[in-house]
Design a binder for this molecule. Structure first.
Ligand code: SAM
Length: 268
């Protein structure tokens, strides 16, 4: 049984503003804390996630010799400090020699976005049209047109959304037919021994590191509890399917025995 620091009984109507307060509070220490809490493993997972999506120019399906490959428009939802977006652009450029595809980073939290913009100044894409920033709730993306996105990504974000099914429907709406939804999220560990060690680390060490390093135990306690409440791999795959997506086979990939998982869906 977990100890609770005030988020356990938060009504759904207040969840958005409480989650907002958490990320405003952790924004400046977010990247350091991610490294500490995950023992740098989140970097490997993010690398794997991006590699598995192989972002960047792909030849059009047309067989006409004159047809040019079309640049991709990638939407990274809950993009926070830009970790996924920078990897996407780097992969597109270095692996696929694509210098035109672009990433829109979207997040509900202005403090997280401004950390991302600050970090982008150290990348080759600072000020470039290939990288843009949009403040938005993933459940209501009205500024993004229907069927305008090739690849929708969300990493360690969806468990914070109040209405996850609404966010999945929005993902479906904004994706082009054939477009891909991809999610990297903490999930359910499928091995009892590993699960025991993982629970001790997450409920014991993470809030303590949050307190000692970031001076904010409660926010990190929330982050741990939100992982606990997130649906299992199978349940989440069902939610993706319910939003209208076709699931690949297998429908998800476990990372480190299910500590995290990658789910994908294709819009028919
Ligand atoms: N994707 C980044 C990464 O992998 O490092 C950031 C993940 S961070 C744990 C979760 C992010 O979700 C925060 O930046 C937070 O502001 C954002 N978020 C929470 N609720 C959201 C919502 N309803 N819509 C969009 N973003 C949201």
């Amino acid at each position: 049984k977990t100890t609770h620091f005030g988020f356990e009984h938060v009504p759904e109507s207040e969840k958005e503003s409480r989650v907002g307060a958490v990320f405003s509070s952790v924004a400046s220490s977010y990247d350091t804390m991610n490294d500490l809490m995950s023992l740098y493993i989140h970097r490997l997972w993010k690398d794997r996630f991006v590699r598995s999506l192989n972002p960047g120019l792909h030849p059009t399906t047309s067989s006409l010799p004159s047809s040019k490959p079309t640049p991709q428009t990638i939407l990274d939802i809950a993009g926070g400090t830009g970790d996924i977006a920078f990897r996407m652009l780097s992969h597109a450029s270095t692996i696929n020699n694509d210098h035109t595809s672009r990433v829109i980073v979207s997040d509900i939290n202005p403090a997280m976005l401004s950390e991302g913009k600050k970090r982008s100044l150290e990348t080759p894409w600072a000020g470039s049209e290939r990288l843009s920033w949009v403040e938005a709730n993933a459940e209501k993306l009205h500024m993004i047109e229907d069927e305008s996105i090739d690849l929708y990504t969300v990493a360690f974000g969806i468990r914070n959304f109040t209405n996850k099914q609404a966010a999945l429907s929005e993902a479906f709406r904004v994706l082009k037919p054939g477009g891909v939804f991809a999610c990297l999220e903490f999930s359910k560990v499928n091995n009892a021994v590993l699960n025991g060690a993982y629970k001790r680390w997450s409920f014991g060490a993470i809030p303590l590191i949050g307190q000692l390093v970031a001076g904010d135990r409660e926010s990190y306690q929330y982050l741990v509890e939100s992982i606990e409440k997130f649906p299992s791999q199978r349940e989440f795959a069902g939610m993706i399917e319910r939003a209208g997506f076709m699931l690949p086979e297998p429908p998800w990939e476990d990372l480190m025995g299910g500590i995290a998982a990658i789910h994908k869906g294709v819009k028919p």
